[in-house]
Design a protein around this ligand. Structure first.
Ligand code: 9MR
Length: 355
């Protein structure tokens, strides 16, 4: 090996007295535990140019300082858990309620967080005037375009990615017979993406779904649609993998499945990660949950074009899981008193390539 001069060797050795004087003159590093930004989830995510997000509920955002403390310290992205859904934004026709959505967008701007928009076209959480309106196809098209124009227009430039179409597929890979599909046919997906792109050309536009993390019939259906849309020049930019898991049951094909979408040139994101446990959770299950958080995060970030990971909530105090899956809970990285669970460390290690 050629000799490379070592600059340290050219320094003259310090006398003991000189060394002592030097030491006395410099501030000693603090020996207290390092709470610097670099060791938070968002610190690790920032360091690799990724998003670490949380779904935010409006109630605790308004009223619970412990909630916002964790949210601001740990996350560089937020998603409205409910506040940007159609029933929240337009509860009666042509009468809008932007308060909660604005609150989150403003909160994010004040705390240097990006916003994922969720969601524009869905079969669920539609206002009753829309769900029960019995509109013709042409009326429904006009209504949908207006919804997209109005919502994306209001937040133009403030939302880095939108879940434009949510949960459009059945488990067998066919398209769900939703209000949109049944009245407008499958063309509603391309139309929604085109309208969204015109309304906010800089937002990354996603199709988002659950049970598509594995290579299975449902993800095959979505893969085929994504390929067709791209071939037709439709502005589809990403796929959101919700990732609502049961502890110990991450699909082994997850990383390869995300990669096949990424290989189409699409972004991939985990958009709603949680890992539910049958209650009461044992310490072995909490440890397995930690591993699951780490593996899920690595499965995304290990794939080219993974934009990041969003967790569907922060704390077990506010989670959709116990209300939906009888006997299950404890799905999130923080416990009900905002203590970090083993899952927090798993998520952190998944974000930190040095862990
Ligand atoms: O977490 C949301 C919960 O508060 C709502 O009651 C529920 C109603 O549909 O929606 C939950 O969020 C869902 C998300 O919008 C789409 N994917 C599944 C999520 C969990 O149900």
């Amino acid at each position: 090996m050629p000799h490379t001069p070592d600059r340290r060797r050219s320094l003259r050795p310090l006398t003991l007295a000189a060394a002592g004087a030097l030491l006395a003159s410099v501030a000693l590093p603090q020996l207290t535990p390092d709470a610097s930004a670099a060791t938070t989830l968002r610190g690790y995510a920032d360091a690799r140019g990724a998003r670490i997000g949380a779904a935010v509920a409006d109630g605790p955002l308004r009223t619970e300082p412990a909630y916002t403390t964790v949210l601001n310290r740990e996350f560089n992205s937020v998603t409205a858990e409910n506040a940007m859904k159609w029933d929240a934004l337009e509860p009666s026709r042509n009468s809008y309620n932007w308060a909660a959505a604005d609150r989150l967008v403003n909160h994010a701007a004040a705390n240097n967080q990006g916003v994922r928009g969720h969601t524009l076209v869905w079969h669920n959480q539609n206002p009753s005037w829309l769900a029960n309106g019995n509109f013709s196809a042409s009326e429904l098209n006009t209504i949908l375009k207006k919804h997209i124009d109005t919502t994306l227009g209001r937040y133009r430039g403030k939302i880095y990615a939108w879940d434009v179409v949510n949960e459009a597929f059945n488990e067998d890979g066919s398209l769900r017979n939703s209000l949109w599909q049944s009245k407008l046919g499958s063309g509603y997906i391309a139309n929604a993406l085109r309208w969204a792109h015109a309304a906010d050309p800089n937002a990354k536009l996603y199709i988002n779904d659950y049970n598509i993390e594995a290579d299975n019939a449902k993800s095959d259906g979505l893969y085929n649609l994504a390929r067709q849309l791209l071939a037709q020049g439709v502005p589809l930019h990403g796929i959101g993998f919700q990732a609502h898991f049961v502890v110990g049951q991450l699909p082994s094909s997850m990383k390869a499945n995300l990669k096949r979408f990424s290989d189409l040139g699409l972004e991939v994101s985990i958009t709603e990660l949680d890992v539910r446990i049958p209650l009461p959770a044992s310490s072995a299950e909490l440890a397995q949950q930690s591993t699951d958080y780490k593996t899920a995060t690595e499965n995304c970030l290990g794939v080219p074009r993974c934009a990041g990971v969003t967790v569907w909530g922060l704390t077990d105090k506010y989670s959709w899981v116990p209300g939906t899956f009888n006997g299950y809970g404890a799905a999130l990285p923080y416990n009900e008193s905002y203590g970090a669970k083993p899952a927090y460390q798993g998520l952190s290690d998944g974000l930190n390539p040095q862990a």
